[in-house]
Design a protein around this ligand. Structure first.
Ligand code: ATP
Length: 306
């Protein structure tokens, strides 16, 4: 029994460690605080956000020197507008939003917010202005109220509940055995993918940042849930400068600009209708998805990626 127990115990410990490390992007930085490469410059000023304009200028990036990931990426997201990133898996979409959060420093080029180079301001001030809805939100082993309040720890109970209403999870929480006191996460009530996403949206509503980064989940949700999530996402992005990594068509149609990324380069850019007229990669992805939808049931959720 002992022989069996030890490895299992190790596994449990590592599993918890790993899970902890991925609570979400923001928390990950805190946990890795000691040995992370990205450092603030001495006497770095705070980022001052007046509007929330984002600009990527000729950004190049690689994780390891032998393999460039992003090549001369340039785009602007004006205040309150939405830019969508689409393209095959591994093309560099998530990397772009990680760079804006300054998870890594870039190799050349510049990323600015309201004209300030993000590498020259404190990371703390940068992250204060950016809300992230990650692909998969891992919850703390604590009650649901704590999990939502994580978006802004000073929020009152009323504000937490307002955010839960805004992300369409309030009535669901009232159905939980202990309402807002219900413990969720690994040792508590397990939430579905859609519910976890709504917790992330509620956190972002509470944080009320000027900039929102959405990394859409690739996992399939049923059509009704997807529609609800879509409504909440629209709410969280209203009047915010938004970058969204999109896997589903429904998310992209109204974006102010769509960037089609392939192997770290922007190969097409424009609004949905413009890209369709181009008859290029985007149009191909679009028709593929329409076809998939046409051949399968209503609840099918094929993604843009192939
Ligand atoms: P997906 O749609 O599947 O999420 P993506 O377009 O968002 O893909 P990225 O996650 O940005 O792609 O990854 C781009 C490339 O960088 C991939 O080839 C990936 O293997 C590589 N990569 C991502 N993270 C790291 C890392 N931490 N270290 C080394 N390489 C990485």
């Amino acid at each position: 029994i002992l022989q069996l127990y030890t490895p299992l115990n190790y596994f449990g410990t590592y599993y918890r460690l790993i899970q902890k490390a991925f609570i979400d992007m923001e928390n990950m930085f805190d946990l890795l605080d000691e040995d992370r490469e990205v450092k603030d410059e001495v006497n770095a000023p705070s980022l001052r956000v007046i509007k929330g304009d984002i600009e990527f200028k000729d950004v190049c990036f690689h994780y390891t020197a032998e393999r460039p990931i992003l090549k001369n990426i340039s785009f602007i997201v004006p205040q309150g507008k939405t830019v969508a990133l689409v393209g095959p898996s591994g093309s560099g979409k998530t990397t772009i939003i990680r760079l804006l959060f300054r998870f890594y420093d870039i190799c050349s080029g510049e990323i600015t917010i309201d004209g300030q180079n993000i590498a020259k301001v404190t990371q703390k001030s940068l992250r204060k202005h950016i809300g992230v809805v990650p692909q998969d939100t891992v919850l703390f082993n604590s009650d649901i109220r704590y999990n939502i309040r994580y978006g802004r720890v000073s929020a009152t109970d009323e504000e937490v509940e307002a955010a839960a209403k805004g992300s369409d999870i309030h009535s669901r929480i009232l159905d939980f055995p202990d309402g807002y006191k219900t413990v969720v996460g690994e040792r508590g009530l397990k939430l579905s993918g859609g519910e976890k996403q709504r917790v992330a949206i509620a956190r972002t509503l509470l944080k009320a940042p000027e900039i929102v980064l959405l990394d859409e989940a690739t996992s399939a949700l049923d059509t009704k849930t997807e529609r609800h999530i879509q409504d909440s996402l629209t709410k969280v992005c209203t009047n915010k400068t938004t970058i969204i990594v999109a896997h589903r068509l429904s998310t992209i149609i109204h974006a102010d600009e769509i960037l089609v990324i392939r192997e770290g380069e922007i190969i097409e850019r424009g609004r949905h209708e413009e890209l369709l007229k181009l008859n290029g990669s985007y149009s191909e992805m679009w028709h593929q998805q329409i076809q998939k939808r046409g051949h399968t049931s209503e609840s099918d959720n094929s993604t843009l990626e192939t």
